[in-house]
Design a protein around this ligand. Structure first.
Ligand code: NAI
Length: 798
């Protein structure tokens, strides 16, 4: 048994080192962050009278890096306070402290000699058994470990995080020839479960998996577009979402990565591979070199393939004309194939629509794609053992929607391989053999189990049982009930899962109906209920379009009915006789939060952006959201035997300002999550964790939540809340309409016209919510807000 990893040391506090330390802090691992001792004092240090021996000077790099974490966007920390888990130090005074760490990560400059020398120094203080890893993006792990003892090399491997480490799922583990296979096995589980990463095992070859294939793809795109005379915007329009790649496509990605870094990565392959054809591809084009020489490095230098400049009407985007190497205003790109792709649903359909479009963009896409697919196939065995690792690496490291082999299946393996050969491309022998054996795809699904092509036929994808997939369960006929918006799925062990699957997972009548049916079904036949789904977001709220239409038609009774239905359904969920656990992920807004509030426990994923945002569309929560938070305030005050008002103020601010958490941990800090709620880092395990939580509650002799009375603050409390809002209006923070909404919110949260300290029923509070909601629907400015949100996806502050 290996010691659990509780303490780490990160060496190098640059972009990656500091962000890796932050992610370790995110998951509760305390971390020492070391960097070199600066050679010169800064002016401020001189003013303060410091000498070169002063610890503030000697630790300056790491100290500054930790302070910078709070200012970095997107935030590397789940919660700014977690920065206190990182302690700064320097490589001269504190290297011996790595002896206390369970894991040492090297993240210094990408230079073999520097890394090798540093590992020598690390070994002097290293305790046998401690894992040591390098975050190199492409240098050989074996060469780096040359000169180290066998015992050290057994514990040494590559851990290649992608930038930014909190958000990019991929972690490539690169064992060296001496790395202990048992260590790799247990460490992999740790990286998946504790760090929440998608782990792939890569071979010790230049740039490992994702950067090797990704760089190849970018270089091929650059070449192909130059030959065809395509512009930067044209190439990006084709190589973005239309091809199942992120919006940043080719050139925005290069600008983000930095052209110098990209050149460095490409050169690393060029210098370290022997195949002449491959070397030729990785030889960076002169235009790229010239750009780096001129300091056009991309975002960090302000100019790259794109230039965001100030124009007469605000900021404008200009693009580089590769013929003249001058910038000019970006042009809109459109064509039949691109439009067809836009209309298609899902990455597979989009790609097929693009490729069959018959225009020059379709041709360009095909010419890039076929090379990337063939190259990926050629590299199997060399950079990774199996196609699964390559697909996962490209999805987790480059945000591709489909990996190369999934893409190949999507366009029809047999047909497209034939076409490639006809066009003079050499399809690797193993692919031809695979097809000759009668196989029509690299992957196949049977009874919810995934199989993928391997040298010995279709291999079963070994997924740990804790990674529950609702999609697979559905294929295994485990659906208990279903309608257009939601399904109830049997998770086994007596637990059912309610899955939303409406567009954007917005709550409409079908979801409400399925919630109601689920409660009845679970009461009869299950031990408890999980509410979770595998959509992009858990739930973005109620169906706003429907509401706006009713409001525009002044169908007040209809709206009243809808709200009643929502409220009654949430009450029914709350009164479920069996335990209910909600597992929200990513965007969980408005009605999405209201579905979680009645649950006995919430198991949120770390990336959960959770908030009652109704005021943003001119409304207040009316599906029990206000009632539940008023109840929470009442309970908390009673428990603390304290005044109710401060608790109420907190929730008034939360709803009034439409605060959305920046992480699961932040949702707890803001007060949305209860102390008994939990956060899991890897979303792939959230449903399992929620199921276990249901079983624990059921085993503990579950008692359904009984009707509770809510103590309200009454007129005085309302006045305090409203006064705060008036103050904000007077200082120009909020608009008149914001003030109107805030007053109504204050009215509801304080219990309407009930006397101070009165105990009211949940239904009484729900009636207040509904009344306020309805009156806001009648406000023209609220309707403008709804319209704006539907059209632009952003709140309007009118
Ligand atoms: P960086 O330039 O931001 O940071 C490098 C750090 O190394 C600095 O803190 C610097 O003080 C320290 N350093 C410089 N010379 C040193 C020496 N002689 N001894 C000890 N420390 C020294 O670089 P970044 O981007 O953080 O890269 C660090 C490592 O992570 C590199 O190996 C890089 O290839 C790899 N990497 C970078 C990614 C990125 O997107 N930036 C992504 C994945 C891996």
């Amino acid at each position: 048994m290996r010691k659990p990893i509780r303490k780490a040391a990160v060496i190098g506090s640059g972009v990656m080192g500091s962000a890796i330390a932050a992610h370790l802090a995110n998951v509760g691992i305390s971390c020492l962050l070391l960097d070199i001792v600066p050679r010169q004092l800064t002016e401020t240090e001189i003013e303060k009278g410091y000498t070169a021996e002063h610890p503030a000077v000697r630790n300056r790099l790491a100290t500054a890096a930790i302070a910078n974490l709070r200012k970095t966007s997107p935030a590397p920390l789940y919660d700014d306070d977690f920065a206190s888990r990182i302690k700064p130090g320097n490589l001269e005074d504190h290297l011996e402290l790595i002896g206390e760490a369970d894991w040492v990560i090297e993240a210094v400059v990408e230079n073999l000699d520097v890394k090798r020398e540093l590992l020598g120094r690390v070994e002097r203080h290293w305790k046998p058994g401690t894992i040591v890893s390098s975050n190199t993006s492409g240098i050989s792990i074996n060469r780096m470990a040359e000169g180290r003892s066998e015992a050290f090399r057994r514990c040494f491997l590559g851990t290649h995080f992608f930038n930014p480490p909190r958000y990019m799922p991929l972690l490539e583990l690169i064992p060296g020839t001496s790395t202990d296979p048992e260590l790799v096995k247990t460490f992999r589980v740790f990286c998946e479960r504790v760090l929440g990463k998608t782990v792939v095992i890569a071979k010790d070859t230049p740039n490992f998996i994702a950067n090797r294939i990704g760089t190849y793809g970018l270089l091929v795109t650059l070449r192909e577009m130059t030959e065809r005379g395509l512009t930067v915007e044209e190439a990006d329009a084709v190589t973005g979402p239309a091809m199942g790649r992120p919006k940043s496509a080719t050139f925005r990605t290069l600008d983000l990565v930095g052209l110098d870094t990209f050149l460095f990565v490409a050169d690393n392959v060029h210098a370290n591979v022997t195949d002449a054809e491959e070397r030729a591809i990785f030889k960076a084009p002169d235009a790229l070199k010239a750009m780096v020489a001129q300091g056009r490095l991309g975002e960090k230098s302000g100019q790259g393939f794109y230039w965001k400049r100030k124009g007469a009407g605000g900021s404008e985007i200009w693009s580089l004309d590769l013929k003249t190497m001058e910038y000019r205003p970006s042009r809109k790109v459109s064509s039949g194939s691109l439009e067809a792709a836009k209309l298609a649903k899902g990455a597979r359909a989009r790609l097929n629509a693009l490729l069959s479009g018959g225009d020059r963009y379709a041709e360009f896409a095909w010419n890039v794609l076929k090379r990337v697919l063939v190259y990926s196939a050629e590299k199997i065995g060399e950079i990774a053992d199996d196609i699964r690792a390559v697909d996962e690496a490209m999805k987790g490291g480059f945000n591709w929607e489909l990996g190369p082999f999934e893409t190949w299946d999507a366009i029809g393996l047999v047909r497209s391989a034939k076409k490639m050969e006809e066009e003079g491309l050499r399809v690797p022998a193993w692919v031809k053999d695979w097809i000759a054996q009668g196989n029509e795809s690299f992957y196949k699904k049977e009874n919810g189990t995934l199989y993928f092509a391997s040298s010995s036929g279709y291999a079963r994808d070994e997924r740990p049982p804790e990674r529950i997939s609702l999609r697979d369960l559905k294929e295994q006929n485990r659906v208990v009930k279903s309608n257009a918006g939601a399904s109830l799925i049997d998770l086994g062990d007596g637990v059912a899962c309610l899955e939303f699957h409406s567009p954007n997972n917005a709550i409409g009548e079908d979801i409400l109906s399925m919630i109601s049916q689920s409660v009845e079904e679970v009461n009869r036949n299950f031990r408890g209920l999980v509410i979770a789904n595998e959509g992009r977001n858990f739930c973005v709220g109620a169906n706003l379009m429907l509401l706006l239409m009713e409001a525009q038609d002044e169908e007040w009774e209809e709206i009243d009915d809808i709200i009643r239905l929502f409220q009654n359904t949430m009450l029914k969920l709350k009164r479920c006789e069996k335990p209910v656990v909600a597992a929200p992920h990513r965007m969980t807004l408005g009605g999405g939060v209201e579905v979680c509030l009645p649950a006995d426990q919430v198991i949120a994923t770390a990336e959960t952006y959770y908030g009652l945002v109704e005021t943003g569309v001119g409304l207040i929560p009316a599906g029990g959201g206000c009632k539940e938070l008023a109840l929470r305030a009442s309970r908390q005050a009673a428990l603390a035997e304290a005044d109710l008002q401060p608790y109420l103020n907190r929730y008034f601010e939360l709803i009034g300002m439409a605060k959305v958490s920046t992480s699961g941990h932040d949702a707890r800090k803001l007060g949305y999550l209860k102390p008994t709620d939990r956060v899991v880092v890897n979303p792939g395990y959230a449903i399992h964790e929620a199921k276990q939580a249901v079983l624990r509650l059921a085993d503990g002799g579950y008692e359904p939540i009984a009707e509770e009375r809510i103590r309200v603050a009454g007129a005085e409390g309302k006045a305090v809340l409203q006064l705060a809002a008036i103050g904000m209006r007077e200082s120009g923070w909020i608009s008149d309409h914001d003030l109107l909404i805030a007053k109504k919110l204050a009215h509801v949260l304080a219990g309407g016209d009930a006397p101070a300290g009165a105990l009211v029923t949940e239904q009484y509070m729900l009636d207040l919510e509904r009344e306020a909601f309805l009156s806001l629907c009648g406000e023209p400015k609220t309707r403008q807000r709804m319209q704006h949100m539907l059209a632009k996806g952003k709140p309007l502050r009118n």
